[in-house]
Design a protein around this ligand. Structure first.
Ligand code: HAM
Length: 426
């Protein structure tokens, strides 16, 4: 590791890559409002209890991956490992608790202390959407439709939508009993965490990543038929709503997802271009308890990992349109007076919406032109004592080297730039 590297599992995003990120964000800001969602921002850290209670004490995320610290006031705080619990902590003080619907989306960094690998970061970024307040299978299907609409607009094709139900409340019981009976036969081969999960939260075993446990998890009997009738009906309605919208999906009865707040519908979108960490997005219906709240907040939503969306786009050779990054004008002053006049001129240009960079050091003409080339300026403006005394500027077109002397008033420069731009566009 070099001294210049950021901490493991984090990355710098350089100006050359930023347009790809902006595109992911811009498309979300365009598509999500079509479904009535508005952007919301919550803190990057929360009271630890928000995640322990919201996501569930038994989950890998809470047990092993949270960045938790005590602040100077002795409060236990945690960098958010995901967005839903914080958003629901915030909305649980509003009328969504009375069944009024709220549709929000968020974009930002999340933090999980996982072992870094391709597509698995310690600081990663999510775009998520939450529809809180109401319970309806149609809303679950619509949340999925929004996610897929977003992926389509990003040019991401070839994904798979995996769907399952975790059922709700008592409807889970027969399936849970059957799972417990099955896993009870495999205790000797289990990792210590799963031995604990057997009594405390048997569903979490399905999500264990340990090789020794995967062997018998893969052979788990299909429990879908054991779920109670109301939950099965709910799930059938989600499936038929998706089919009505022509959305293909695959039911995967082992999909439980890694967070404990899910009830009813859970889903994941995977992409073959990603390797082992192949989930580009995941979500589902949930009931989340904010700290000290007796009543859960209900909702449905999803989050997509931006790093993984970029990987999918790269695998598909989707190119983001390159925005114009190079400055329009580089101002070179030969002498102190010329530099100070150039500073004033640059400020006028910028206020008129023309990007400009001033060379603030006195350099040779050759060195200044090299600097203009390095930043790929479209025009150079050159001014020395002669030009100052004549009230003129030299304007050089950097693409063809053509040079002309023009009046030094900002307006004549702006007129010339406009004319040159019009010619270049023809
Ligand atoms: P999640 O499945 O934990 O769900 O994360 C959602 C997405 O975030 C994943 O599909 C993946 O693309 C990305 N992601 C997760 N962990 C990492 C990581 N360590 N490195 C890179 N990308 C990662 C949630 O977070 C839920 N809050 C989603 C949700 C919203 N459910 C309901 N509403």
């Amino acid at each position: 590791m070099s001294n210049f590297s950021p901490p493991p599992g984090t990355s710098d995003i350089f100006p050359e890559e930023i347009s790809l990120w902006h595109r992911l964000e811009d498309v979300a800001r365009r598509v999500f409002p079509l479904y009535g969602y508005r952007e919301m921002r919550t803190p990057v850290f929360e009271y630890t209890e928000v995640f322990r209670r919201g996501i569930g004490d038994e989950t890998e995320v809470v047990q092993k991956e949270m960045y938790t610290f005590e602040d100077r006031g002795g409060r236990s705080l945690t960098l958010r490992p995901e967005g839903t619990a914080g958003i629901m902590r915030s909305l649980s003080g509003t009328d969504v608790m009375n069944g009024n619907e709220k549709r929000v989306y968020y974009i930002g960094p999340m933090f999980r202390g996982e072992r870094p690998a391709a597509g698995r970061r310690r600081q990663f970024h999510q775009i998520g959407a939450e529809n809180a307040g109401r319970v309806s299978p149609e809303l679950d299907a619509e949340s999925i439709a929004l996610l897929l609409h977003y992926l389509d607009e990003l040019g991401i094709t070839g994904y798979r939508l995996l769907l399952n139900t975790r059922a709700s409340g008592e409807d889970r019981k027969p399936a849970e009993d059957s799972l417990r009976a099955y896993f009870a036969n495999h205790v000797p081969g289990m990792c210590p965490d799963c031995k604990n999960r057997l009594e405390r939260n048997v569903w979490r075993i399905l999500d264990c990543k340990q090789e020794q446990c995967r062997v018998f998890i893969e052979k788990v009997p299909d429990i879908a038929g054991l779920l109670g009738e109301p939950s099965r009906k709910y799930f059938e309605k989600v499936c038929s709503s998706l089919s009505a919208m022509n959305i293909p999906f695959e039911v995967d009865s082992r999909l439980v997802r890694g967070l404990d707040y899910y009830v009813h519908t859970v889903f994941e979108v995977t992409h073959p271009g990603l390797g082992a960490q192949n989930a580009i997005a995941g979500g589902g219906r949930y009931e989340i308890f904010a700290p000290e709240s007796r009543k859960p907040i209900v909702g449905v939503g999803f989050a997509a990992g931006l790093e993984r969306l970029l990987m999918a786009q790269e695998a598909l050779s989707v190119k983001a349109p390159q925005p114009e990054n190079s400055p329009a004008v580089f101002l070179i002053g030969l002498g102190e007076n010329a530099i100070s006049e150039n500073m004033k001129l640059a400020s006028r240009l910028r206020k008129a919406g023309i990007s400009a960079i001033t060379e603030v050091e006195q350099k040779s003409m050759k060195a200044s032109m090299r600097a203009a080339n390095r930043i790929a300026a479209k025009f150079a403006v050159i001014r020395g004592d002669n030009e100052i005394s004549r009230g003129t500027l030299v304007l050089k077109n950097m693409s063809d080297g053509a040079q002309s002397e023009i009046g030094s008033e900002p307006q004549s420069l702006m007129d010339c730039l406009k004319k040159a731009e019009a010619i270049a566009k023809d």
